[in-house]
Design a binder for this molecule. Sequence first.
Ligand code: FAD
Length: 469
Amino acid sequence: MAASGGNGEQEVTAVLLKELGGDLVSLGGAIDPRYFTAYNEAPGVRPCAVIRPRTVDDVSRALALCSRLKQPIVPQGGVTGLARGAVGLDGEVVLSMERFAGLEEIDTAAGTVTVRAGTLLQTVQEAVDEAGFALGIDLGARGSCQVGGNIATNAGGNRAIRYGVMREQVLGLEAVLADGTVVSSLNKMLKNNAGFDVKQLFIGSEGTLGVITRAVLRLHPKLAPPATALCRVAGYDAVVKLWHRVRATLPSVISFEAMWPEFYRFVAANTPGVTAPLAADDGFVVLIECASSEAAALATDAHEALEQCLGACFEDGLLDDAALAASTRQALEMWTLREGLAIDTLPHLINFDVSLPIGVIGAFAARCRAALGERWPHAVSLFFGHIGDSNIHIGVSLEDLPLHGEDAVDRVVYEVVREMGGSISAEHGIGRLKRAYLGYSRSAAEIELMGRMKAALDPLGILNPGKVL
Ligand SMILES: Cc1cc2nc3c(=O)[nH]c(=O)nc-3n(C[C@H](O)[C@H](O)[C@H](O)COP(=O)(O)OP(=O)(O)OC[C@H]3O[C@@H](n4cnc5c(N)ncnc54)[C@H](O)[C@@H]3O)c2cc1C
């Protein structure tokens, strides 16, 4: 799929500079390492140029020019992606969307926000909050990731069980194709079946089918402060039973996150400044958060509702212990444990983001740990995740990781995912990192169709080559 331009690097950069101008184009030593450094990694290959458009027309001209030159180009958002999708290879151009930022409109009647792709997620969250609404998407990287990146990766995050993933938030989209054509479909209606829904092509396509420039996102009623609790349950089957009970009796539930005993023991002992509210033992620990809209909260207090629900679950034997956060600080501490940044201190940590049907995740974790332990008896494997939306994260640490050992670890984990009918990417995408394993979760016919779509939209293969397919 890679582009096959015969132009030398100097020739390309000279044309880019001449036709787009020095305000948009940076070259050589003027390129800051952040444009070629994937999240949490050492700097990679310096791109031959970075283009930073200020308008949609700039994006269109840049892509038309790269098409003419058959020059590979990598769309870039906040570079918080965890699949190495936003950084290029030797001789590629980076198209950073950071200067095409800002909100264009909050339509209070339609309940939508129209936003430029380079806007930080947190900026949108704060603006819609001020206007009396909530955004349906939230994730740990909110302060650095961009809405365009969230759409391009179809981000999931902490609220998916309530609002769905990014795809469910996008009502309208504008994207620029590889040849520079602007496809503007800034729809604000929930129902619109006039022909194909072309925006779906770009959501989750990781910059391989077009560059997202603007989006119309749905807004939800503003939420009252949430109520948060940690619960201890006996085993994975009990986690699933608790999930179904909570789901049926607490309509305000917004997050349901599970931590396996080994994970909780580790983060409880190694998270500075946080006192774990539940003692670490052999039980699973579940974080539950619920939040009603501000209006509904006047009638029903979220803390009371959560307390009553957990009390009933305790009486019915669905949980062994629970701690309700008494303050925002305590709730944040519970989230700090769940986010599990403490495990980053483990040697040679390899992170996984996979999904499986909820009912088999317990068995998957056991099989995965056994498979890793059989090959590397000293492997540490820690399991945690959103669970309510079928997503599990795994941290694997091997103190004596052999050269190229990461590939071997990937293979062991993804083999188990494949055997159990799961997906090798729940929410982080494929990027360059998981490309070799796409066939573990998609059939040959699906991959062939993806290739046909790519060829139709980007026949020269200039958009983010070597990613996904
Ligand atoms: C602490 C932390 C927590 C995280 N938590 C979550 C989580 O809960 N859920 C989740 O889903 N992810 C999570 N992530 C991963 C990451 O934040 C998301 O994938 C995010 O959506 C990426 O946005 P970005 O702007 O940083 O995109 P980038 O990393 O810059 O790019 C990601 C991909 O999108 C493409 N792209 C970017 N912008 C555009 C555009 N305008 N048009 C076309 N293509 C584009 C790039 O080419 C690349 O392939 C987390 C990351 C961190 C560091």
